[in-house]
Write a protein that binds this ligand. Sequence first.
Ligand code: ATP
Ligand code: MG
Length: 361
Amino acid sequence: HAQNQRSRHASKHRFFIVELSQALFDFVIQLLPTAEEMAVKEDVRKLLERLIHTIEPGSRLLSFGSTANGFSLRNSDMDLCCLIDADKRLSASDLVTVLGDLLERETKFHVKPLPHARIPIVKLSLDPSPGLPSGIACDIGFENRLALENTRLLMCYAMIDPTRVRTLVLFLKVWSKRRKINSPYQGTLSSYGYVLLVIYFLIHVKNPPVLPNLQQMPPLRPISQEETHIGGYNTWFFDDIELLCQHWQSSNTESVAELLIDFFRYYSRDFSYNTGVASIRAGLLKKESKGWQNDLSNSKFNDARERNRFCIEDPFETGFNVARCVTKEGLYQIRGEFMRASRILAMRPRAILALSQLCEE
Ligand code: ATP
Ligand code: MG
């Protein structure tokens, strides 16, 4: 009788997993940007590039962030980076001011130059219109080559296992937005931070791993420092994904639903928030080893402590904590949401119900 009950239990569990995986695919697909939206965005990029050419003829305007890495949701903002040729005449903050003026004169965008931000940017937006029901929001930065590279790194990870990686990332982006834990300005985590958490989990927590560590794979040919370093940071990673996939396949066969359940369990119970640093490059590191400890006994470091509650190492700019904006309250909220999600999934409701409950606003 007990054995019967166990096998009924197991088959109910299998059904839940299969149903949830399917529901996750379906859920995510309807949130992808339409072809029109992508085309409008590309037109906007070209238009802006032409205008920028009037100030800096040799420059290029490239997209990065979600529009370029395959993790874009419908109506997500556009991140653009302007690359200027070597002998640039203006500093980034001056360019922001000049470009801001130009765009204000020549376009219908609302323009907000932020020349004194950590990374100077021009913020642009267009109001919703019949052809563009949600308007457009766009940030233009300058010379942010590391961001272009980390975008390419994330894109390569997405290409290795498109179904599982993209479904997980896109779902978590929607979930974190709906649950209001995706606002670095309000003490929670950026989308970029959540993507790094997913990749860290797939490379370093899952055993066998779902993804290889592209930054630790040996190059196919010897390469020089010059080729691998940007501004003193090593940005090398194995990027021949076609070749990689001919020789490497994950032996992890878990479904998206199983991975998602385990992701929530790991970040609600197992990740060591107090002492650990999640690094997709090097695995679990110690805050101490990076000088990121939040030593409560020393009030002089109050500020540093507040900045290092939650530690996620940037893949290239390794001295930079991507989660530095997360405050004590923000982390409490984020962990609370991981626990809530685990609790909901542990009750194994019908899949559709589970997703709408998870993403309840
Ligand atoms: P969304 O669709 O929510 O806009 P996104 O994928 O564009 O998500 P963002 O958080 O907007 O993600 O980040 C876009 C890019 O900006 C990232 O790919 C990264 O290059 C850079 N970036 C964002 N936040 C940080 C950060 N805290 N540290 C370093 N780089 C960041
Ligand atoms: Mg973005």
